[in-house]
Design a protein around this ligand. Structure first.
Ligand code: 3H9
Length: 701
């Protein structure tokens, strides 16, 4: 027996226990241990039934993701599950926590499954660019039906134990101790004379529905809603094999499709994204004994879209939050905005009326700074102007209790300067939420020069409480995300001067996989925001650098984007569909003329490189300056805050996959032709010369 899998015989029942913290992943030792344990249970004449349980917080959460891409080691998971399913003695998987991926496949290999009431089960492989490759696509439809199996496998979303019971994926729910529940269930099986019941031999899930129509419909849905993704269509094909082929052949087809996914670059990128997100929560230089401060109440200053979104994030996490506005009218508008936001969720069916009222009861409107005296954390979300920030932070300094965290949601102003407005700069930190703050997962945690270690740890803990993906960043103009997006947006606009239209640039970047094109994004957030930033940046910009002019011209014409009915695009009242803005073409032609540029047809690849490599070059500068801790943190920011396609792993990982020598060659060419905005980052030059990647450089830091 291995250390990670134990077999113990209690009377006539074999108890197999997996213990492989933190999530009991199916690494080589677990697979070998499970194989041995089931073989031993089979040959032990005392044993009449087998139960499989896991130690720690969860049942098996899947294959060991770290093993993907490495040489395979026998036994394979399909082999192990085949042995489990073939066992002549009935087996019971006792599920708690999350039975995910290979974990659920192991459970499906067992003859019966019981689950603790709070457990979840799912096949999330698609989120890693894979499909369930150990029988999940063949056994699940046989048990739960093709419709449910397709939903679970293509979405990758786990379902509750209760829902799994409803779909006959599990047999019974229990509460309390695992071994006792498992032994109790096995005892009843034996008493009732029930033997093995193999999922692979079931047929009920495949009967009574037009399975081919279900497959066709899912295929069409995936092709439309998940363009560019490699594994979802293969998930559908694998389920189709379950419908059309006997088990053994279906399993073979599943394996072929799984290997195709395993070898696809998208799998590499998605697995990178998975580990990058977990890595981001770690702060390299924070002593291990730093304790976060307790956060039991919050306050937000500013009842605009951002402030209300932040307040709702606290309420969603069950924390009481005070919302401060300067007068009653503004406060009433803010509170109404909060109610309207929740009401929209109720209308969509994602929130119950009762939950809405409960969350709203956590939000208290106030107009007096004195009311913030007892808040554990205060987040300021007022206008992006240093004088306004000064007034807010001076007042906070005067009223807040000692030890309160004073946070700014500034997206680009100097946090160190903001901290000087207080006598407690160690308590000041940036919490940069992304709009809409109650929806977007990203939180940039800005570490000021004087931010103390425990305040930083608390800020990360707040992010976790709010279910955000938090990434630590240093102070600079725009921090990581916006500093890079400045370059991206500027280059997108230079493309308009060279001959492209917003439609062409947006389409090229959407084809690349971006959730939105840069011009549709600017129209959504408002062109005046960029204008204010450029105005501030121009004051310190070297004379030979300047911005493109079209955006300023649109602003001068009162075309600020969706809110004014026109920007790069035109919008019909009440409709967000972008239409051509006839006022734009003459502006573009004039801008090209002024700069002596002959407008030309631009290739899609050029559009992509000009914008995405601008992100990469700036990202490399950010890394070298230590503004981001690691290149994968930059990827996490872009994946969660800027709609960068997960299947490309983020801009830095994408650059690695293109090859840094190729990226640098294009950057140098643009530097020679377009000037110093394109000055190559020294780190990019160094790594390209050494034939290394950002990922390798990060590993060596
Ligand atoms: C699969 O099963 C393929 C098969 O169909 C076919 C095979 C032939 N492997 O998320 P957390 C680590 S594909 C290795 O912070 P939580 C994670 O990196 C797999 N490591 O905890 C972290 O490490 P560290 C299908 C893993 O409580 C630590 O565990 N399964 C794995 O918030 C804690 O993780 C999945 O996709 C793994 N499978 O959430 C499930 N999982 O502390 C992936 C986690 O060093 N996992 N780690 O940073 C999850 O969704 C969540 O981790 C889970 C726990 C919900 C389980």
């Amino acid at each position: 027996m291995t250390d990670v899998v134990r077999l113990e015989v209690q009377g006539d029942i074999a108890l197999i226990t997996v213990s492989n913290p933190p999530v009991n992943a199916l690494g080589h030792a677990v697979r070998a241990g499970l194989l041995q344990a089931f073989q031993d249970a089979e040959t032990d004449s005392r044993v009449r039934a087998v139960i499989l349980i896991c130690q720690g917080s969860t049942f098996i959460a899947g294959a060991d993701i770290k093993e993907f891409g490495k040489p395979p080691q026998a036994p394979s998971l399909p082999e192990v599950i085949d042995t489990i399913e073939s066992c002549s003695k009935p087996s019971v998987a006792v599920i708690h926590g999350t039975a995910l991926g290979g974990g659920l496949e192991v459970a499906l290999g067992c003859h019966y499954r019981i689950a603790r009431k709070d457990a979840k089960v799912g096949l999330p492989e698609v989120k890693l660019g894979l499909l369930p490759g150990a029988g999940g696509t063949q056994r699940l439809p046989r048990l739960a039906g093709v419709a449910k199996a397709l939903d679970m496998i293509v979405s990758g979303q786990p379902i509750s134990a209760a829902e799994a019971l409803e779909h006959t994926i599990i047999d019974e729910l229990f509460e309390g101790e695992l071994a006792a529940a498992g032994i109790g269930f096995a005892r009843r099986l034996l008493d009732d004379g029930r033997g093995p019941r193999r999922s692979g031999e079931q047929t009920r899930g495949l009967e009574g529905a037009d399975n081919e129509a279900l497959i066709r419909a899912k295929h069409a849905e995936v092709a439309k809603r998940m363009p560019g993704l490699f594994s979802p269509l293969r998930c559908v094909a694998a389920v189709e094999a379950a419908v059309k082929l006997p088990l053994a052949e279906g399993l073979k087809r599943e394996r072929e499709l799984f290997v195709e996914c395993l070898n696809s670059p998208q799998r590499g990128a998605l697995v990178h994204s998975f580990f990058a997100e977990r890595q981001a929560s770690k702060i390299n230089d924070l002593p291990a004994d730093v304790k976060p401060r307790a956060i039991n109440s919050a306050a937000v200053i500013g009842g605009g879209t951002m402030g209300v979104g932040i307040a709702l994030s606290f309420a969603n996490a069950g924390l009481p939050v005070k919302l401060l506005e300067i007068n009653e009218d503004a406060l009433l508008r803010g509170l109404q905005r909060a109610r309207d936001t929740y009401a929209a969720s109720v209308k969509r069916g994602s929130l119950t009326e009762e939950a809405m009222e409960k969350r709203l009861s956590l939000v208290t409107g106030v107009t007096d700074y004195g009311a913030l005296a007892d808040a554990d954390v205060v987040v300021e979300a007022v206008f992006e102007d240093m004088d306004v920030k000064r007034q807010v932070f001076e007042q906070l300094d005067a009223v807040c209790k000692p030890g309160a965290i004073l946070a700014s949601n500034t997206s680009s102003l100097d946090l160190n300067a903001i901290a000087t407005f207080t006598k407690r700069p160690q308590d000041v930190v940036g919490l940069h939420f992304f709009s809409p703050a109650n929806v977007m997962r990203l939180l940039e945690v800005v570490r000021g020069e004087k931010t103390s270690d425990d305040v930083l740890a608390t800020a990360m803990a707040i992010g976790k409480q709010l279910k955000k993906v938090s990434v630590v960043v240093g102070v600079c103009d725009g921090f990581v995300g916006n500093r890079m997006v400045f370059q991206y947006g500027r280059e997108a606009e230079f493309l308009l001067e060279e001959g492209a239209t917003p439609q062409q640039v947006d389409a090229a970047l959407r084809n690349f996989g971006m959730a939105m094109g840069p011009f549709a994004m600017r129209d959504l957030s408002g062109l005046d925001i960029g204008q204010a930033i450029r105005k501030r940046q121009r004051a310190t910009l070297p004379a030979h650098l300047d911005f493109p002019t079209v955006s300023d011209k649109l602003c001068e014409a009162g075309m600020l984007g969706q809110k004014t009915g026109a920007g790069y695009y035109r919008y019909e009242p009440g409709n967000r569909m972008p239409l051509e803005n006839p006022a734009l073409a003459p502006m573009l032609e004039a801008a090209s003329r002024e700069k002596g540029i002959e407008r030309r047809e631009l290739e899609e690849q050029y559009i992509i490189e000009r914008t995405i490599f601008a992100l990469v070059n700036e990202g490399a500068k950010i890394l070298e300056e230590g503004i981001a801790q690691r290149s994968s943190d930059i990827d996490v920011i872009y994946l969660n805050g800027y709609g960068f396609p997960a299947f490309r792993g983020g801009p830095m990982f994408y650059a690695d996959s293109v090859g840094l020598d190729k990226v640098l060659a294009r950057v140098r060419e643009l530097h020679a032709r377009c000037g110093d905005w394109w000055k190559p980052a020294p780190l990019l030059e160094k790594l390209a010369a050494e034939g290394r990647t950002f990922t390798e450089w990060q590993a060596g830091q």
